[in-house]
Design a protein around this ligand. Structure first.
Ligand SMILES: Cc1cc2nc3c(=O)[nH]c(=O)nc-3n(C[C@H](O)[C@H](O)[C@H](O)COP(=O)(O)OP(=O)(O)OC[C@H]3O[C@@H](n4cnc5c(N)ncnc54)[C@H](O)[C@@H]3O)c2cc1C
Length: 252
């Protein structure tokens, strides 16, 4: 087995703890009405290294050796130390996104309930462009309709949302329970807010699948936001190792 040598063993590799004041509570907009907010963060790059070193009851040995060990762990799929770091997000996303996100069983979720809270008129996702069906991949899109071709579809979608919402309000006004009145809403388009918690190992698994080109755009933008705005600043060594050993191999 070969151990990957760090390309830059210099002062720039010094351990940097996450800037919690900047990260916690930060909310990044996604799609037209969604967002991702980091609610809590447990651990950092050093927590991963120290978890690995507990095997022989050791701890940090200085940035250079620590970072090299973290790269070794990632390269050789010694994954459990990465489970020592946890992220808790609050996310607003349409059902079309959640439909795929909740398949990741290693996350823990709690969701807004349409039984408790009535939906607002603008709680529906409106895409900025209409993607074409891929001719070769049944699951994928390829290219976009022209703005001229897309505009009437967008208008039709807005009309559909307005009509659906009117029917929803009509049912509520008639005394129908919120849990049933929501049958009138445009299901895949409805925005829901969830709290979602995951450890760094399983988050990387999610990111490698959902940042990929073949993932649907409406989840890819959430995965990309989590990676760029939260994962990388929180775990810079881990992100570098992830790009070197996991993402690079996926795109080879
Ligand atoms: C591009 C794409 C297309 C997809 N298309 C479809 C589709 O058409 N239909 C469909 O149903 N799904 C589809 N999926 C969902 C996919 O099958 C997975 O359910 C989803 O990506 C979650 O992956 P996971 O199970 O690896 O993740 P997690 O559920 O987070 O699990 C992580 C890992 O933990 C382990 N694990 C977790 N739970 C168990 C368990 N109970 N038993 C054994 N090992 C476990 C596995 O090793 C797993 O890889 C698609 C996913 C992608 C990315």
């Amino acid at each position: 087995m070969t151990t990957h040598l760090l390309q830059s063993d210099h002062e720039g590799d010094a351990f940097r703890p996450p800037d919690r004041a900047a990260l916690l509570g930060k909310r990044v907009p996604v799609l037209d009405k969604g967002w991702v907010e980091l609610q809590d963060l447990m651990g950092d790059d050093l927590a991963i290294v120290n978890a690995a070193r507990v095997s022989f009851l050791g701890e940090s040995k200085g940035s250079q050796k620590d970072k090299r060990l973290l790269f070794y762990l990632m390269e050789h799929r010694h994954t459990s130390p990465f489970e020592q770091v946890e992220f808790k997000f609050r996310v607003r996303a349409p059902v079309v996104t959640w439909w795929q996100w909740v398949r990741h069983r290693t996350w823990q979720f709690n969701a807004q309930s349409g039984r408790y809270v009535a939906f607002e008129e603008d709680d529906f996702y409106v895409p900025v462009a209409w993607r074409r069906q891929s001719p070769s991949n049944k699951q994928a899109s390829l290219g976009e309709l022209t703005p001229d071709a897309g505009e009437p579809l967008t208008q039709a979608l807005l009309d559909h949302y307005e009509r659906s919402y009117q029917l929803y309000r009509q049912a509520l006004a008639a005394g129908v329970a919120r849990e049933q009145a929501r049958l009138f809403l445009p299901g895949f388009a409805v925005y829901y807010t969830w709290v979602a918690k995951v450890d760094a190992h399983n988050l990387m698994h999610f990111l490698s699948l959902r940042m990929a080109e073949d993932a649907q755009y409406e989840i890819r933008v959430y995965a990309r936001t989590i990676y760029e705005h939260f994962f990388k600043p929180a775990l810079p060594w881990t992100a570098e190792a992830f790009e070197t050993f996991i993402l690079a191999r996926l795109t080879q």
